[in-house]
Design a protein around this ligand. Structure first.
Ligand SMILES: Nc1ncnc2c1ncn2[C@@H]1O[C@H](COP(=O)(O)OP(=O)(O)OP(=O)(O)O)[C@@H](O)[C@H]1O
Ligand SMILES: [Mg+2]
Length: 319
């Protein structure tokens, strides 16, 4: 069953009197209980896509077109008041470096309790009990509920943010590079935890990551984004064994650039396109070693090769 369906989503930013097409016709589905990866180089529109699902776009951004169907309703059409009922309660997000968003002068337990009281019909006692339960869930010592954020390490604070994101038992959790700010050991602990909780609570997840090992360990499927579009989407093993767009194979075989830890690959020559005047045809054609004449002129349509594997490429895997 589909829990979320994004249809032909377009998100534009106003910048210096011009319009930047950060997300330009993106469609994908998220199924019950699955984890879907969202991958692609910096600036391809991953965070913008995630924020639009939460309806948390920056001031200068607007949803120009599309539908985001959650449980049969279009989130884009919801009023601000109604979207607040969905946000955190049904769909929540863990940001990169979210741990720095905690209020330094309020105890951690109190902050989670506030989140529960704000979004859920729980009384004070119930909320207090749930905070302890959440601490247990994210494997933090219950005695620490009375401590302040500065008394926690970075990894522990990110656990707190996960607890916060889980506070209202959402159906969908979005992780936008949720562990990037943490050291490698803590990263794998946090992912183990997220995986365990997902299984226990039956949550679906959208995971934005630049880490290919995390991607294949955590996600069943992935959507490959480039220049505001999805170029390919499929099960992880389909993308690795039978990439249909050259960008997918270049991305998946690239190594993360350690000097710029957050950025995805370093080994694809050239730069992603500007999104104010993106290239005609296939957006990847200026960097594609296999580009044909048609790739410069015509945008490739989305084709399905299996029920789960779709792609946009004029060459259709023949490269
Ligand atoms: N508030 C904004 N105003 C103008 N342009 C923006 C704004 N936010 C993002 N953009 C632009 O939108 C495009 C997509 O950005 P986005 O942050 O979604 O990319 P991303 O895939 O999450 O990248 P990263 O991997 O670096 O996090 C980029 O070109 C970015 O510069
Ligand atoms: Mg981002």
């Amino acid at each position: 069953m589909e829990i979320l369906k994004v249809k032909d989503l377009k998100i534009y930013f106003k910048t210096g009197g011009k319009e930047l097409r950060a997300v330009d016709g993106v469609s994908f589905s998220l199924f019950d209980g699955e984890a879907l990866g969202l991958v692609g180089e910096s600036g391809c529109g991953k965070t913008t896509t995630a924020l639009s699902i939460m309806r948390l776009l920056p001031q200068n951004g607007r949803i120009a077109q599309g539908e985001i169907i959650f449980q049969g309703e279009d989130l884009i059409k919801k009023s601000d008041k109604d979207i607040r009922k969905v946000r955190w309660k049904d769909i929540s997000i863990i940001f990169q470096g979210a741990m720095n968003a905690l209020n330094p002068v309020i105890t951690v337990g109190e902050q989670i309790k506030e989140a529960i009281l704000l979004h859920d019909q729980a009384d004070e006692n119930e909320a207090r009990r749930r905070v302890k339960e959440l601490f247990e869930l994210v494997e933090l010592d219950k005695k620490r509920v009375r401590q302040y954020p500065h008394e926690f390490s970075g990894g522990m604070r990110q656990r707190v943010m996960i607890a916060m994101a889980l506070a209202c038992r959402p159906k969908i959790i979005i992780g936008d590079e949720p562990t990037t700010a943490l050291d490698v050991m803590v990263q794998s602990q946090v992912f183990e935890l997220i995986g365990k909780l997902r299984a226990e609570l039956g949550m679906s997840m959208i995971l934005i990551t630049h880490d290919l090992s995390v991607l294949s360990e955590t996600c069943e499927r992935a959507a490959v984004m480039y220049g505001g579009k999805i170029l390919e989407c499929g099960r992880i093993e389909e993308l690795y064994s039978n990439p249909m767009n050259p960008y997918t194979s270049m991305l998946l075989s690239s190594f993360p650039d350690i000097s710029k830890e957050k950025r995805m690959p370093s080994s694809i020559p050239g730069l992603p396109p500007g999104l104010i005047n993106p290239p005609e045809g296939c957006r990847f054609h200026p960097r594609c070693p296999h580009a044909l004449e048609i790739c410069r002129k015509e945008e490739p349509a989305i084709e399905f090769i299996t029920e789960t594997h779709s792609y946009a490429c004029h060459r259709g895997g023949a490269y």
